[in-house]
Unconditional design. Structure first.
Length: 126
């Protein structure tokens, strides 16, 4: 859980760097960020915000199931392997998303991470 939170904070830290770069290079104006992002914001800045939102959406179910395993005192080897696999896949997803961003590569990793997350939930209730 801590590793995924660290990834989330790292992406959050990248956001202002990309936004400042967009303004400094003249690709956007400060007011383009007044209500989040306008259409004038370049993709290299927008993509970080989208990745950050990804890290706050479905991972909520990851944090939840991890806490459920802990509260039920049922953390075992398989749960740990699945949890670390999920974190690794989300890391790879972020790297793809924030670098070369090939959609099919990103989709494959995203789907794999969702399958692992689903397996964690099934493991808990089986």
């Amino acid at each position: 859980m801590g590793a995924l939170a660290l990834l989330t904070f790292a992406v959050l830290g990248l956001m202002p760097l990309r936004r400042v770069r967009a303004v400094r290079e003249g690709h956007a104006k400060v007011n383009d960020f007044r209500y989040g992002e306008s259409a004038a914001v370049p993709p290299f800045a927008v993509i970080v915000n989208r990745n950050y939102m990804n890290l706050l959406e479905l991972p909520l179910l990851f944090y939840t199931i991890c806490l459920m395993f802990h509260a039920a005192n049922r953390v075992g080897a398989l749960a740990l392997i699945l949890a670390w696999s999920y974190v690794a896949l989300r890391f790879v997803h972020s790297v793809i998303h924030l670098s070369y961003n090939r959609v099919l590569h990103r989709l494959a990793v995203f789907a794999a991470s969702n399958a692992v997350l689903g397996a964690l939930w099934i493991l808990f209730f089986v």
